[in-house]
Design a protein around this ligand. Structure first.
Ligand code: NDP
Length: 328
């Protein structure tokens, strides 16, 4: 097939358009591995790209989609053979390099990770960039030297993609997890993932004091803004926060108080350009620690034609857990 189904964003004077098109293989960008994409997902960043609400896309036309799983069709990279199952998170696909919402992708072999034996392509995309980032956050907290014996951990945006997987893997690792959510109707869902306590997100998302009660030893934050400021203010001495997101906002209205009076650390997490070694470690840990039944409980599956409405929904905080896209 030289033409294949793809979602394409084009730039126009008033913004951008998005349409399902027949894409010509000759228009794919340079790369040494061509992959038949079978599954993708909708992450928050995909929502921003598809709606144009933030300048995620930096090359037009663009096929959005920041991660995929699929089967190698042809390869000039000796690491990957035709027929091998692979996955890709980040490295600018869907931003500067043609991305995942298409039946084919051509990428650099060094961006690919072999699909862990523990997972099908659909399960790998149920984890997706959100889940892999949650694991990068947990690994950062562990590298920092914190353990569940140090005290409770708080996960913000808990019913979202990063948050729900963060709750599951932290609980599995033995942490007493406090799940902060704006969706009280998801209490049973979050308890099922392993949350020990549910916290109304309003407690953290409205402006608070520079220092609050010493409550948490560790935190995974995908929300940013006032929420992250309040999490920092409520950390125990020498606690650490792994920050990866901006669902509430990109700002951080904090003070130096948590850092200089409690020795709190703020660890930034960027999944897009994480090293291959760290990716392999994260996917290996997920394969070991994230039970496929837990994963199934937080996953919804959609078809190609549902991508655009789902992109809107995720920005509106309407998606619970993770969404898998069957590319077909
Ligand atoms: P989701 O939309 O699935 O989850 C975000 C959650 O944040 C929502 O479900 C909601 O949780 C909470 N939330 C949304 N709006 C607000 C608000 N105004 N105030 C407080 N809480 C809010 O998105 P993802 O989990 O896919 O991504 C989360 C963030 O992490 C995004 O900003 C994304 O860009 C970022 N990210 C960063 C990566 C990196 O490499 N640094 C990689 C992956 C994601 P609830 O309903 O439970 O309150």
């Amino acid at each position: 097939m030289s033409g294949f189904k793809a979602l394409r964003i084009d730039k126009i004077a008033s913004g951008q358009t998005i349409a399902k098109v027949d894409f010509d293989e000759a228009e794919l960008m340079d790369g040494d591995v061509t992959v038949r994409v079978t599954h993708s997902t909708v992450n928050y960043k995909d929502g921003l790209a598809i709606t144009g609400r933030a300048p995620v896309v930096r090359r037009f036309p663009m096929i959005p989609g920041i991660d995929f799983a699929g089967v190698v069709e042809s390869s000039g990279d000796p690491t990957f053979k035709p027929g091998e199952k692979v996955l890709l998170n980040g490295w600018g696909i869907g931003e500067t390099h043609l991305g995942a919402y298409a039946q084919k992708a051509r990428v650099r072999g060094e961006w690919l990770v072999p699909l862990p034996d523990a997972y099908t392509p659909a399960q790998a995309m149920a984890i997706g960039t959100a889940g892999y980032t949650a694991m990068l956050c947990l690994m950062a907290i562990e590298r920092f030297g914190l353990t569940p014996a140090d005290g409770p951990a708080v996960v913000t945006g808990a019913a979202g993609g990063v948050g729900s997987i963060a709750v599951a893997i932290m609980a599995k690792a033995g942490w007493h997890v406090v799940a902060s959510t704006g969706r009280p109707n998801e209490t049973t869902f979050l308890s099922g993932l392993g949350a020990a306590q549910i916290l109304d997100r309003a407690v953290l998302s409205t402006p608070g004091k520079p220092l609050g009660k010493e409550t948490y030893a560790a935190a995974i934050d995908s929300v940013g803004s006032v929420t992250l400021a309040n999490v920092l203010a409520q950390m125990k001495p020498l606690g650490a926060v792994a920050a990866c997101g901006l669902a509430q906002g990109m700002d951080l209205p904090t003070s130096v108080a948590p850092f200089i009076l409690r020795g709190v650390s703020l660890i930034g997490i960027n999944s897009v350009t994480a090293s291959r070694a760290r990716r392999m470690e994260a996917w290996g840990r997920l394969a070991r620690d994230l039970d496929p039944r837990t994963l199934a409980s937080l996953t919804t599956t959609i078809g190609f034609d549902d991508i655009v409405p789902t992109a809107e929904a995720i920005l509106n905080g309407k998606i619970r857990g993770r969404v898998v896209v069957e590319i077909g």
